[in-house]
Design a binder for this molecule. Structure first.
Ligand code: NI
Length: 160
C-alpha cells in the first residue's frame, strides 16, 4: 500500500491535458493500486491520475455502491438528464460548490486488463464520472460552480 501526495489547486499539473494509456505496464498497475489507496485514505469517492502528478488518462471511482472502478482512457458516450448538487475535490480540500451535471451517463473505457468496458452511472456515480473525466482535460469543478466555492461542513466525507 502506498499513498501518493495529492496535488492541490494551483499546481500546474492539474491544468494539463492527460495522455492516453497505450499499454498496461507494471508501473501503471502500481500507479492504479496507489490511486485506490490514496483515494480511500483521503475518504474520496474518486481520484484522477493528474491529482497524483501523473498525466495519464486514468481515474478510479468508488461511490460506495459495491463497485470500485478503474477507468482507463474513459469517454462519455451518452449523457442525459440533469442534477444540481454540491461537489468537492481532494485537490481543493475543505471546499464545496454547486455544480450542474447530467444525471445519467454511459462511459466507455478500458479496465486494468485493457479490455473494453461500459459503465453506466446515475446520480452520484454520474457526477463522479463527469468530475473525474474533467480532471483528465485539466478542468476543475470550480470552473463550473454556479455560485462560488464555500467551506465544507466538517467532516468532509464525500470529497471527490
Ligand atoms: Ni476532483
Amino acid at each position: 500500500m502506498a499513498i501518493r501526495n495529492i496535488r492541490h489547486d494551483g499546481d500546474d499539473v492539474l491544468r494539463k491535458v492527460c495522455k492516453p494509456v497505450e499499454k498496461m505496464t507494471p508501473r501503471i498497475e502500481t500507479l492504479i493500486e496507489d490511486m485506490f489507496d490514496t483515494m480511500y485514505e483521503a475518504n474520496g469517492v474518486g481520484l484522477a491520475a493528474p491529482q497524483v502528478g501523473i498525466l495519464k488518462r486514468i481515474v478510479v471511482i468508488d461511490v460506495c455502491d459495491g463497485n470500485a472502478y478503474c477507468l482507463i482512457n474513459p469517454e462519455i458516450i451518452e449523457a442525459d438528464g440533469e442534477q444540481i448538487g454540491d461537489e468537492g475535490c481532494l485537490s481543493l480540500p475543505g471546499l464545496v460548490g454547486t455544480v450542474e451535471r447530467p444525471n445519467h451517463v454511459v462511459c466507455k473505457a478500458l479496465d486494468i486488463n485493457m479490455e473494453e468496458i461500459t459503465v453506466e452511472g446515475e446520480g452520484l456515480l454520474a457526477r463522479a464520472i463527469c468530475h473525474e473525466l474533467d480532471h483528465l482535460d485539466g478542468i476543475l469543478y470550480k470552473d463550473k460552480v454556479s455560485d462560488g466555492l464555500r467551506a465544507a461542513e466538517p467532516p468532509a466525507e464525500s470529497e471527490e
